[in-house]
Each structure stands twice: as C-alpha cells, then as structure tokens.
Design a protein around this ligand. Sequence first.
Ligand code: SF4
Length: 218
Amino acid sequence: MTESRVPGGDAAAVLEALAANGLKAVWAAGRAGALERALDLVRPGDVIGSGGSVTLGEIGLVDVLRAGRVRGEPVTYLDAYRKGMPREESVAARRRSLAADLYFSGTNAITRAGELVNVDGYGNRVAALTFGPGRVCVVAGVNKIVPDLHAALARIRTVAAPRNCRRLDRRTPCRDTGVCDEPACRAPDRICNVLSVIRRAPGGGDITVILVGEPLGF
Ligand code: SF4
C-alpha cells in the first residue's frame, strides 16, 4: 500500500483483501494521486490498451495516454474510444489491446472479499483483465466497494449499467427505467453480455488495483 494517508474502514479492509488475493493493492487519497500511481506503472515505449472507463477519464489518464508521452517518454496508446470512431476500427483496437504491454481499466464493483466484478458488452475488457496484457491496472473509486457478489450484481443492474447505457446511448430497458429487465434486453445494444469475477490473481497475472478515496465513474 502506498500514499501517506492510510484509509480506514471498508477501504482498508478491501486493500487487505485484494492483497490476500494476490493482487497489488495501492491506495490513493484522490484522483491526482491515482493518476501518479497509474503513471508509475508505465515503462518507456509501452504499448498501452484500455477499457472504456469514465474513471480513467476522470483521473486524467486518458488525456495523458492520447498525448503519446508519459513523463517525457514515448508510449503508444491503442485508443478504441475516440468519439465518432468507426466500429470496425474500434473493435480492431480492442483486439490489438489484448496483446498490449500494459492495460488500464475501471471496474464495476469490488467486494469486501477483494473480488473484481465486471460485465462487458464485447468482452474485450474482461478478457484483458484475466489474460493477455503483461501488466494490468484497475482504478476504482471507493464508491465501487460493495459487501458481496450479490450486491455487486445489484450495483451493476441498478447503477453501472443504466448510467453507462445512457452515456453510450444504448437502447436497453435499463437506460430509461434505471432497472434491469434482462428477459426483455435482447437488443444488440445490451452491455451485459459477459460477466467476470476475478476472485484471485489469475496465474501469471500482474494486476495492480488503485483504490481511490473519492467517488469515481459509474
Ligand atoms: S441486461 Fe440489459 S437491461 Fe439489464 S442491466 Fe444489462 S443492459 Fe441493462
């Protein structure tokens, strides 16, 4: 754990649980510190991929990566989320990101037991989190902490998915009602097609989780 202001309560328990699960747990008191801890993981010349994430944008990481330099050193960012980007180009960038040196992502929920819970429409993000890029970094605000897996799924259905469907202009039942209607959600726009629970660090995985002491993302 790094940073001087060590958290208490749920955050401290989650950091301990993440570490016990074989993940590298890092604390950042706020978004500025989170950006620095994320940039600490970048090596000169890295090819970097990312999941689509409001959190990564809010800490300023996406802007840094798009500029192509981290602390004066060149990096290559496989940007799959530029506004107006053709779908084929975006899918190709997501596919190439699975072989990146370093992958950044947010997460939909973290349980008190230190589990990372995510749903994906394409599955690229959960694939990258579990196997592919040599180094993975997950950034999460304390608002993502939930008691258990049941609460994680509830959070996804009532908070993360509806807000993301509105952000991404997806025509799904939850977008308008704020509540999941899974049997009715057959639209190609559905974002809950793949569910991933990382209970422990996958074999050969190098996953850092930066837990941030403020609400971030959805
Ligand atoms: S399954 Fe469909 S309606 Fe339910 S949360 Fe996911 S996108 Fe929304």
